[in-house]
Design a protein around this ligand. Structure first.
Ligand code: GGG
Length: 347
């Protein structure tokens, strides 16, 4: 099976190299082919998502993605910014459902900023919609100078088919977990959120075995800090999911621990750490590779039909943490390579 590897920018190449090393150590006979994305692709080829990269993504069985974002590209028009690579891949490949698990590793509970009794119970899954909302509304990325003032527009838009599709993904995910789904919106203010809530309720008729609740996003942000263990599965839009999943990562200790899977109707998926390119620590060999390694585990489970190998990686990560392996984001001194070595030793 072919895995497309898109390391991207900043710490992306450092962490994806370690995830590939772990996959290779499993001896599953996977082939790997690398492509450029983001600022690295713009600098070499003039576009953040060159046609060769998109072609490789289409041919591959799964995609392992690092991170995009490069301060050198800050002045570029929006369409050429590094982040357009990940948005373009999701849209072109129809990867509309983003699974973002946040689970407290028992080994780290005492070290999180949260009280142990709160941190210890966190095991939630955010199902984030990925191909709609302000990221893809029309008009978007527009500037005008009406009445002499600069104005910016990004239209928030969802249609009922898009909401029904992600709602089903949310209910199906909840069914495989504790059968509790919390839909997060801003239906007291936004029309898109009122449609969202209506459609989620309609879809819920097909899932009588799943307990559905609704929460406004502002309250959800507060509850994630005060009472994160109360959540099981969350379904939400693109923008709210982007923000809430970073927040959830802080609840479990570090954004360097959270993997993700972007899935569509077929088996192909794109797997990436939820963290970005972290230019402040790029090139120093300090980044935590665990989110990338755990993303590789999600890839084995969801796209490559290897759930046993996925569990091996996840157990090895837990064992390495239990043995005290820590990168600097977790208060330790291990380098990116040394942390991956500790996982490999536990495989
Ligand atoms: N690995 C995640 C990453 O590169 N994030 C950069 C980013 O801006 N992503 C946009 C998004 O996730 O919607």
């Amino acid at each position: 099976m072919l895995v497309a590897v898109f390391p991207g920018d900043g710490i992306g190449p450092e962490v994806t190299a370690e995830a590939v090393r772990v996959l290779q150590a499993l001896g599953l006979g996977l082939s790997f082919e690398e492509g450029r994305v983001g600022g690295a692709a713009y600098k070499a080829q003039g576009h953040p998502l060159p046609p060769e990269t998109l072609g490789l993504a289409r041919r591959a069985d799964a995609i392992l993605f690092g991170a995009v974002g490069d301060p050198d590209c800050d002045g570029l028009p929006r369409a050429l910014r590094p982040e357009q690579a990940i948005l373009g891949l999701r849209k072109e490949l129809g990867l509309f459902a983003n699974l973002r698990p946040a689970r407290a590793f028992p080994e780290l509970v005492g070290e999180s900023a949260l009280k142990p009794e709160v941190a210890g119970g966190i095991d939630l899954m955010i199902v984030r919609e990925l191909t709609g909302d302000v990221y893809f509304g029309d008009p978007r990325g527009r500037r005008t100078t009406g009445a002499g003032l600069r104005e910016g527009y990004d239209m928030m838009r969802y249609d009922e088919a898009e909401v029904a599709r992600i709602a089903r993904a949310g209910f199906e995910t909840a069914r495989r977990r504790q059968r509790r789904l919390c839909s997060i919106d801003k239906a007291n203010v936004l029309e898109t959120s009122q449609l969202w809530r209506e459609v989620v309720i309609e879809v819920s008729a097909d899932y009588p075995d799943v307990a559905l609740s609704h929460m406004y996003v502002d309250n959800a942000a507060m509850q994630l800090v005060l009472n994160p263990q109360a959540f099981d599965t969350i379904v939400t839009g693109n923008l709210f999911g982007d923000i809430l999943s970073d927040q959830a990562s802080a609840c479990v200790g570090s954004i360097g621990l959270l993997p993700s899977a972007a899935l569509g109707e077929g088996g192909k998926g794109l797997y990436e750490p939820i963290h970005g390119s972290a230019p402040d620590i790029a090139g120093q060999g300090r980044a935590n590779p665990l989110a990338a390694i755990l993303s590789a585990a999600m890839m084995l489970r969801h796209s490559l039909g290897q759930p046993g190998a996925a569990e091996r990686i996840e157990s090895a990560v837990a064992r390495a943490l239990a043995e005290g392996a820590r990168t600097s984001d977790l208060g330790g001194t291990l380098s990116t390579r040394a942390m991956a070595d500790r996982v490999l030793a536990c495989l």
